[in-house]
Design a protein around this ligand. Structure first.
Ligand SMILES: Cc1cc2nc3c(=O)[nH]c(=O)nc-3n(C[C@H](O)[C@H](O)[C@H](O)COP(=O)(O)OP(=O)(O)OC[C@H]3O[C@@H](n4cnc5c(N)ncnc54)[C@H](O)[C@@H]3O)c2cc1C
Length: 81
């Protein structure tokens, strides 16, 4: 439970990929944030079976060898195969 009098510089509403990526970037630059979601937990449905090239480019930009790690952890396909 979040305290009622909690303050933050940024409030992110929605902990999907967009909100989580934004939170990651704010963390990276040392900016204070709170992220909230109307759901109480993670979804049981897959909504990210495939990772697009542009997503990998953003991972690469985030550092920590994240792009290569994502490739190593996953399976690679060409042309939707
Ligand atoms: C079946 C399916 C398969 C998919 N497969 C892929 C795939 O293989 N590869 C791929 O790249 N993309 C895939 N997608 C698309 C991908 O899931 C979306 O592009 C991505 O989830 C969008 O992220 P988002 O954070 O913008 O929105 P969302 O994932 O919709 O997240 C929004 C979040 O905000 C919360 N929220 C909304 N309103 C409020 C509110 N008023 N207060 C608090 N919280 C709120 C929601 O609960 C949710 O958690 C798939 C989508 C579906 C439906």
């Amino acid at each position: 439970m979040t305290p009622r009098n909690q303050t933050t510089d940024v409030l992110i509403v929605g902990a999907g990929p967009t909100g989580l990526t934004f939170a990651n970037q704010l963390q990276r630059y040392g900016i204070n944030y709170i992220i909230i979601d109307k759901k109480s937990g993670i979804t049981t449905k897959s909504k990210a079976l495939a990772v697009q090239a542009r997503t990998l480019e953003l991972f690469d930009n985030m550092g920590h060898d994240l792009c290569q790690k994502a490739i190593d952890w996953g399976l690679t396909g060409v042309g939707g195969e």
